[in-house]
Ligand binder design. Sequence first.
Ligand code: PEP
Ligand code: MN
Length: 263
Amino acid sequence: MRTKVKVGDLEIGGGSEPVIMAGPCSVAGETEMLEIAVAAKVAGANILRGGAYKPRTRPESFQGLGEDGLKCLADARQVTGLPIISEVTAEKYIDTMKEYVDILQIGSRNMQNYELLKSIGKYASNVPVMLKRGMTATKEELMGALDYLIHHGHNDQIMICERGVRTSVNQGYSRNVLDLNIVSDLKKSVSYPIIVDPSHAAGRADMITDLSRAAIAAGADGLIIEMHTKPAKALSDAAQHITPNVLETIVRNTQDIYHAIRR
Ligand code: PEP
Ligand code: MN
């Protein structure tokens, strides 16, 4: 039997539609966040994403607005009704995040941060989690991370997210390689909903529609996509943000594919 992750009225995993999470890589402020949230809702997204604590490659890069960013997300939820997913990067943020978010995202870089996994299992046992696959993680390592959460008390409301893996053969044209093989495998070998992140896999806005369609065709239960009303203004990962118009097409196309492969 498949595990369904319940977030408010939404049931993720084997529902009648694919679940679409959309929003900016980083929350930049209240007005912008609200504008993006309304656009996401109008385009057909079900969940709002936005990073408040950002794991950045360089220390001088924008690190996120922290709790102020979470407040912007909560205000946007108030207006749109969209539940919120945001990344938790350290144990010290868990309590604060529990006040504001509906789903905790465990980022690629932290998939093997076992102390963080233990703390989330223990202190956020009732909060739905989306565990992102590490960028070089094997399936066994991914399963180990999942088991850490459960072993340490998490209630099993967990989604797994494929977000692209690092290889050398894609250099020069894409950030990572979207591993659709693991989507097909996980659908058969685990009960948890499988989410695909085409944005961090591609690193390029122009690939997101194609990869989204392919992910749903491969069996994904949903997508998490970076979207911005003014993509060039995004404070992180600007090149991979799509516009609300493109998101609307993706929602329509992926619903069609989702239904077609279940007929
Ligand atoms: C993100 O979703 O903004 C992010 C940092 O993703 P990942 O952990 O997959 O790199
Ligand atoms: Mn990003």
